[in-house]
Design a binder for this molecule. Structure first.
Ligand SMILES: *Cc1c(COP(=O)(O)O)cnc(C)c1O
Length: 385
């Protein structure tokens, strides 16, 4: 009898039609060299230049957001978005326990406290019903807004994250946010190209954020963006991320404490070329997903993560989800796949377990604690199949 671990190796190799593969690598097959070279020849490689404007406009057109502000990375985008959403020092912000650490770090950078919430088994993202239930027991309505009864702190915002590119249940999230007076800021770092009921992720809240890190669906080397329909917030985002300098021909007048978070023109040049290829990348990701479904169709004790109903996912990072009955095989599968040169990874450790976040408030996390043991990310690069 073959072990589950070796049959996973075989299924991955047959889906990919190759022996080895990394988890995710960028693909540069479009106008990248042309635009980057043009940028170098113009000498405008840094904080001024046309490619930043062009990248922002192209992203706005693509996502349907009225405005886009490109910044140095997705974490900085989230930090500034939270500040613009009115999150203040000492506030609590609801974040998924199952996310990349940047989601919680950005909350801390603005002096607020992450308050962790559970996931839904089918979307892997925040579960609005469980969150509503939790808030109904711990939140009290005061003159200053909803507070966590036990900490006394104001609960100010909620940050859903679309895990691996799969949209979480936004209707439910918007309703909870509305009923508890929470400002919704979406961490859409992983979900460029993903839609919920036809609307692009990141455009549901007051502000949303994207990442163009090297492992995301498109890359600028390093980069991120704030997206919003609010012109005033977008102007403020631009101002804050460009050292809050007042326009003047020569004077250096900065009217608040800003940041040097502007995306360099060189990175934006790469981004313009990558964004042109996003429609093809989405097709390639979906083709890989279909291959995996076929290759794993005989495995009745695991599933390939599929887009939630009503959603169009970008399938950024492919995932196998083991049934409970074989959860204890996870490490053997990770061992066998990585040993054969197929790069696989477990999902992130829940943020509530990390040293800097252990003392933070948290809802019960039964689903996250179960998913943690059962998710394996498998090779997902664009152009693999
Ligand atoms: C990648 C990522 C970020 C941060 O993006 P960087 O550009 O790497 O700073 C934030 N949140 C999530 C969920 C991510 O996956």
């Amino acid at each position: 009898m073959t072990s589950l671990a070796s049959s996973v190796v075989n299924a991955l190799q047959s889906a990919l039609g190759r022996e080895t593969a990394s988890l995710h690598e960028p693909l540069f097959q479009g106008n990248e060299k042309e635009y980057v070279q043009d940028c170098i020849e113009s000498t405008f490689v840094s904080s001024v230049g046309n490619y930043v404007d062009r990248f922002e406009q192209n992203l706005a057109d693509y996502t349907g957001a009225r405005r886009v502000v490109a910044v140095v990375n997705g974490t900085a985008a989230l930090q500034v978005a939270l500040q613009l959403a009115g999150v203040e020092s000492g506030d609590e912000v609801i974040v998924p326990a199952l996310s990349f650490v940047a989601t919680a770090n950005a909350v801390r950078y603005v002096g607020a406290i992450p308050h962790f919430a559970d996931s839904h088994e089918t979307t892997l993202g925040l579960d609005p019903a469980a969150l509503r239930e939790w808030l109904s027991t711990i939140a009290e309505c005061t003159a200053g807004g909803w507070r966590n009864r036990s900490s006394g702190r104001r609960i100010r915002a909620i940050v859903p994250m679309h895990i691996f590119g799969h949209p979480c249940e936004m209707d439910g999230m918007l309703a909870v946010a509305h009923d508890y007076g929470l400002t919704l800021v979406e961490d859409a770092a992983e979900s460029l190209g993903s839609r919920y009921q036809g609307k692009h992720t990141g455009t549901f809240g007051l502000l949303g954020t994207l990442s163009f890190n090297g492992n995301k669906i498109i890359t600028t080397g390093g980069g991120g963006a704030i997206i919003t329909d609010d012109e005033r917030l977008a102007d403020h985002a631009k101002h804050l991320t460009t050292t809050a300098k007042q326009p003047h021909q020569w004077e250096y007048v900065h009217d608040e404490i800003g940041y040097n978070f502007r995306m360099p023109n060189l990175n934006a040049a790469l981004g313009c070329a990558q964004l042109e290829q996003l429609p093809e990348f989405l097709i390639s990701k979906r083709r890989l997903y279909t291959r995996y479904c076929e290759a794993f169709s005989a495995h009745d004790n695991l599933r390939v993560m599929s887009e939630p109903s009503g959603c169009g996912s970008n399938y950024w990072l492919q995932a196998l989800i083991l049934d409970n009955s074989v959860a204890d095989e996870r490490d053997k599968i990770l061992g066998a796949t990585n040993e054969s040169g197929l790069m696989t990874r477990p999902v992130w450790m829940p943020l509530s377990k990390l040293k800097p976040y252990r003392e933070c408030p948290s809802a019960p996390l039964p689903v996250v604690e179960s998913l943690e043991k059962r998710i394996i990310n498998v090779p997902s690069g664009v152009g693999l199949v």
